[in-house]
Design a protein around this ligand. Structure first.
Ligand SMILES: Nc1ncnc2c1ncn2[C@@H]1O[C@H](COP(=O)(O)OP(=O)(O)OP(=O)(O)O)[C@@H](O)[C@H]1O
Length: 359
């Protein structure tokens, strides 16, 4: 005969501990459990999740299924439907920017692929369904427009600059406004003014993530940013080479000094798989960044090998194309996933207090 049926209270009880990946608070508390139906040994649940946590929707679904199957009798059949929930970002930093997380991507040393990783994070999160802005603050070498294949100049409407739309990603870069070569001599106050203006006077709209491609090594912009807005944290890009790692350690120290948390380290150009013979070459050494991250007690987000196609797509302005390529996509996806997963885990450990709306 069929197994004893499960009752609704048991399901309610088991769902009590499931957290919203965006806020870390229980789903039931935020009214995100929209429907529960129980028929004998079959459970159907509908939950509402925000686009902020889109990369983690599948994880959340699997977690609920596993949790209910292991905590309820007779391993029920569980179906979880996810419906989108619109929960706009709140303005941060008193400059009218509405974003849920602001993430700086930095490196100690130039040429390690910082912009490639910043663009990949933005494209990857955007493709997962998040609302993403990308600010190229690397005045000394603004390569984001090149990596995204645009030279379109931003226009101003109602005293606000309109970001350039690249496949739904909102992008703004100094490189689209300042003539090449001019910003190279900028120092403190000029940089400060420019970055403030780009954050404040761009019509970013409602963002889940704002990714900022920082100039390599310099502390000026980190300081400016940390004073302007509460940054969620920084991602440090480096290669496995000793000198790059030393510079990465300096970058970690620089962000620490201005109280910007380190969200993780990415190792770029980790190795090269020769397309002719499939042999692996550790051109800059191997695993150095992972070990360094462990030593520094910061998360390691993943590694990206050297691939000719990654360079070619960068030059062709087809960074989104990396996500359609079986060779490149898993590396970039892993980094986006690890970042969002770590952010969700931080929130789960330390959920923010609910904000009360004053009518
Ligand atoms: N994993 C990779 N495989 C192949 N080429 C790569 C990889 N990562 C980056 N590149 C290439 O290396 C070059 C430098 O990359 P990128 O502009 O991202 O570096 P950066 O650290 O931002 O440089 P800068 O300090 O000049 O701003 C680019 O041509 C890019 O396409």
């Amino acid at each position: 005969m069929s197994a004893a049926s499960i009752n609704r209270e048991q399901v309610d009880g088991a769902l009590k501990t499931i957290a919203d990946p965006e806020t870390g608070r229980p789903l039931w508390q935020l009214d995100q459990i929209r429907n529960i139906s129980v028929h004998g040994n079959e459970i159907e649940i509908t939950i509402a999740l925000t686009s902020y946590s889109a990369p983690l929707w599948q994880d959340t679904r699997e977690h609920i299924i596993e949790h209910l199957q292991s905590s309820l009798p007779d391993k029920p059949t569980v179906k979880v439907e996810i419906v989108p929930l619109d929960r706009p970002a709140e303005p941060i930093g008193g400059i009218g920017l509405t974003a849920k997380s602001v993430i700086a991507v930095g490196s100690g040393k130039g040429g390690v692929g910082k912009s490639t990783i910043a663009v990949a994070l933005a494209c990857g999160l955007q493709q997962s369904g998040c609302k993403v802005g990308l600010l190229d603050a690397d005045v000394y070498g603004p390569s984001v427009p090149h990596l995204l294949g645009t030279t379109e100049r931003p226009v101003a409407t109602d005293k606000k600059l309109q970001p350039i739309d690249v496949q739904g990603l909102k992008m703004m870069s100094m490189g689209l406004i300042v003539p090449p070569g001019e910003a190279v001599v900028w120092r403190g106050p000029m940089l400060h003014g420019a970055i403030t203006q780009f954050l404040r006077d761009t019509n970013w709209g409602d963002l889940d993530y704002l990714i900022i491609d920082m100039p390599p090594g310099t502390g000026d912009i980190s300081l400016t940013l940390s004073q302007l807005i509460p940054l969620t944290g920084a991602v440090i890009v480096c290669t496995p080479q000793d000198v790059a790692l030393l510079d990465a350690v300096k970058a970690v120290a620089m962000f620490n000094k201005v109280n910007i948390p380190i969200l993780g380290v990415v190792e770029n150009m980790s190795y090269f798989l020769c397309p002719d013979n499939g042999k692996r070459y550790d051109i800059f050494g191997s695993g150095g960044a992972r070990r360094k991250a462990e030593e520094l007690g910061v998360p390691f987000l993943g590694e990206v090998p050297i691939q000719i196609k990654i360079r070619e797509r960068g030059d062709a302005g087809d960074s989104f194309g990396n996500f359609a390529d079986q060779e490149a996509a898993p590396h970039f996806q892993r980094i986006c996933y690890s970042l969002t997963k770590n952010l969700a885990m931080q929130k789960a450990v330390n959920p923010p207090l609910p904000s009360l709306s004053v009518l």
